[in-house]
Design a protein around this ligand. Structure first.
Ligand code: ADP
Ligand code: GLC
Length: 465
């Protein structure tokens, strides 16, 4: 079986969040099951290639003939080919989706072009697949272009985040040169929606956790009609993580390696982290790693900030995103010297160091389709404190129910604070149970094996129709 992934991100080449992680690791697990997998992503500025293109052609798109070059690489430590779609006017820019708080206004064209180029290149390279696996609104139009092309292949659309739907004004859509019937798939009004067209034309829809599949059927964020119409064809498959990239035994970014049997390395990472960041040693370290957006529950942290600090914790936050949150955190760092550190950068190295060195990872998400950082934390013996939503609910169970972390239900500062207070109490008063809880998290299986098998079943099912 041959599968072609088409996506806006693939780690380590292009990553803004978990989408990049998934596209950079799931294909390797599928490959281990014997599937042939190929990946198409744009060639962004950060990864200008040293290589010669393996293919060049031109594409009539948005009213002109445009040159496309395809460069080839591989996912690290694998034989999974990655094809970089090179079209500098669209992709040779500082950002993946935009700059600062501003998305690029021509994102519809940029990602529609990716779909067109991938379809064309798959044919020309002789790798036409049984399945195209597309991800989020960016590549949701691929099945529409596939229909217009008149060639056969099945399409799986994975929703990583329903909050991003790809709405653009009609004149922008008209540049795509789609037939009136195809255009109507994206809606009727003056604003049309890329994800809607994909949800109507993909052969099957998956989401990145079972709970999120239920949640979007209960509240479809404006796409309720189409989601409910296809309810039988929405499958929730919990993400895995790259267990080689995230392995405390061999992680090269952290200061000392460690395992569940011997946690001395974790204590070393903790001390070193606190030293590097100028924080006090005698308080539990609560960390947050992620995009600073409403989704991630930053409003709870802001609203409860002084009460949070009154629990006697060190707070370390690594993240970039909306300036209203960043500004607050910068101020907070000044108000709480030696207790709060805010690293306003995107750094893979610091993500690893913080997750290895922290005692607890806080994820008070408003919603969370899956979430990967809580799984990284569990694997590193860092205990997650999460709100019960989406994939967080599917991966973290409260310690009072025999689980692996601390869970709260209500989206209120009080609920979050009471879960954190329980965590801090355990840290201060019961080192033995704390250690057992760390070990429990580390013993979990977060690999892609199970999910890859589920995707393989999904592929087989639609091929047999
Ligand atoms: P989302 O995709 O919603 O952002 P996930 O938990 O699925 O959330 O994935 C986020 C990914 O991005 C993780 O790999 C996390 O480590 C990474 N990440 C987020 N912010 C940063 C940052 N500032 N520096 C380094 N890595 C980050
Ligand atoms: C999205 C979601 C996140 C998920 C990731 C990978 O970015 O916000 O919860 O883990 O996709 O599927």
């Amino acid at each position: 079986m041959r599968v072609v992934f088409v996506a806006a991100e693939a780690a380590p080449y292009a990553k803004a969040g978990g989408l990049g992680d998934v596209v950079g690791s799931l294909p390797k697990a599928l490959r281990s099951l014997g599937l042939e997998v190929h990946i198409f992503v744009p060639l962004y500025r950060d990864h200008r290639p040293q290589t010669e293109p393996i293919l060049s052609f031109s594409l009539n798109f948005a009213g002109s003939s445009r040159a496309v070059r395809i460069h080839q690489g591989f996912l690290p430590q694998s034989d999974v080919p990655v094809y970089f779609v090179d079209h500098p006017p669209y992709y040779d820019r500082p950002g993946i989706y935009g700059e600062g708080d501003q998305d690029y206004p021509d994102n519809l064209l940029r990602f529609a072009f990716l779909c067109r180029a991938a379809l064309e290149a798959a044919e020309k390279l002789g790798i036409w697949p049984d399945i195209f696996h597309v991800h989020d609104w960016h590549t949701a139009l691929l099945p529409v272009f596939l229909r217009e092309k008149g060639k056969r292949a099945k399409v799986v659309l994975t929703i990583h985040n329903l909050a991003f739907q790809g709405w653009y004004p009609r004149p922008e859509w008209e540049k795509l040169g789609l037939s009136p019937e195809s255009l109507a798939l994206a809606g009727e009004g003056e604003w049309l929606c890329s994800l809607r067209a994909g949800l109507r034309t993909a052969d099957i829809i998956t989401t990145v956790s079972p709970t999120y599949a239920q949640e979007i059927l209960a509240d479809g964020l404006g796409l309720d009609d189409i989601l409910r119409a296809r309810a039988e064809e929405i499958v929730g498959i919990l993400n895995g993580i790259d267990t080689e990239e995230w392995d405390p035994k061999q992680d090269e970014y952290i200061w000392a390696n460690y395992s569940a049997e011997d946690l001395r390395g974790k204590a070393f990472n903790r001390r070193r982290l606190l030293f590097e960041l100028g924080l006090s040693l005698d308080a539990p370290v609560v960390a947050m790693v992620g995009r600073l957006t409403e989704q991630k529950g930053l409003d709870l942290v802001l609203a409860g900030f002084d009460r949070l600090m009154a629990l006697g914790i060190n707070l370390v936050i690594l993240g970039t995103g909306e300036s209203r949150y960043a500004d607050f955190l910068q101020e907070a760092e000044k108000r709480w010297p030696g207790r709060v550190r805010f690293l306003a950068i995107f750094s893979e190295v610091w993500a690893h160091r913080i997750i290895a060195g922290a005692d607890f990872l806080l994820m008070p998400s408003r919603f969370e389709p899956c979430g990967l950082t809580q799984m990284y934390a569990l694997r590193y013996g860092t205990i997650p404190v999460v709100r019960a939503t989406g994939g967080l609910k599917d991966t973290v169970v409260d310690v009072e129910e025999g689980g692996n972390g601390f869970v709260f239900e209500e989206f209120t500062p009080e609920a979050m604070l009471s879960a954190l207070a329980r965590a801090v109490r355990l840290w201060r008063e019961d080192r033995k149970s704390l250690l057992a809880l760390r070990r429990k998290g580390m013993a979990g299986d977060y690999s892609w094996d199970r999910a890859a098998k589920s995707y393989q079943e999904v592929y087989a099912e639609i091929l047999s129709r």
